[in-house]
Design a protein around this ligand. Structure first.
Ligand code: BTN
Length: 254
């Protein structure tokens, strides 16, 4: 009995006690033809991965480590927004299950009191015919204590329990998250990014603030003015120029 309130996402769940990374399993399942909506869940990962080839700390039984396979009929240019749509779903789920007020740091970090509690990693399987599958990886820190995290990230990472003081049900969170993920991905596919962009901006810590964006080739400082319909961050530098940021590490400056 999963208690799921969804029609599509999570109807097919692949649960493994332990694995290297749910992303790797999901990629393989997708290649083998697994249906859209398939969810891979695990208790612990030995090689959990994050954006920019970073590792993702996945303490056993303390969080939700999952990958969702979607097969949306959209052009590849519409893929990056799925990360932003997923971020909105994560925030809504945390709000529903706890009393916490999560914020989104562009593009994909969910923060509680300035520390990261969730990361999202969207990967693509595509060919000449377009997107074959989107693999959305979500790592949600739920019941960790500070010392459950690797020492080098203890200063920047947090969990729902550390911020609320309460143990949080992982099952309730997964149910709620898959529910919002289904609603919002459907909304995005049918109606576009408009309303979700407004929701995303309302939860964002970045928009309206001075930031530093570190990219591979350069670093820019300025005010984050908003995101475009394509999910691109708009950064206004002191010389008045508006820059579109596609991929970067963001720091708040003040
Ligand atoms: C990031 O913030 O850099 C993204 C982190 C994504 C972590 C999740 S945990 C489940 C899935 N499997 C992985 O190996 N990574 C994602």
């Amino acid at each position: 009995q999963t208690g799921l309130k969804t029609k599509h996402i999570g109807q097919n769940i692949e649960y493994v006690e332990s694995c290297s990374s749910t992303q790797i399993i999901a990629h393989k399942l997708a290649q083998e033809g697994a249906p859209g909506g398939t969810v891979v869940l695990t208790e612990t990962q030995t090689a959990g991965r994050g954006r920019m080839a970073r590792k993702w700390d996945s303490a056993a039984g303390k969080g939700v480590w999952m990958s969702v396979i979607l097969r949306p009929d959209v052009v590849p240019q519409k893929a990056p927004q799925f990360t932003l749509v997923t971020a909105v779903a994560v925030v809504r789920a945390i709000e529903e299950v706890t009393k916490l007020q999560p914020k989104i740091k562009w593009p994909n970090d969910i923060l509680l009191n300035g520390k990261k509690c969730t990361g999202i990693l969207t990967e693509l399987q595509s060919d000449a015919d377009g997107i074959q599958a989107l693999i959305i990886g979500i790592g949600l820190n739920i019941n960790q204590e500070k010392t459950d995290f690797d020492p080098e990230i203890q200063a920047i990472a947090t969990s729902l329990k550390m911020e609320s003081g309460d143990t949080v049900s992982r099952q309730k969170l997964v149910q709620s998250l898959l529910y919002y993920l289904e609603i919002y991905t459907q909304m995005y596919i049918e109606e576009g990014f408009g309303l979700l962009k407004v929701m995303w901006e309302s939860y964002s810590t970045t928009i309206g603030h001075p930031i530093r964006a570190r990219m591979t080739n350069q670093t820019l400082e300025g005010i984050a003015e908003g995101i475009t319909e394509d999910g691109v961050l708009q950064l206004r530098t002191a010389d008045g120029k508006l820059h579109g940021i596609y991929s970067a590490d963001i720091e708040m400056t003040n």
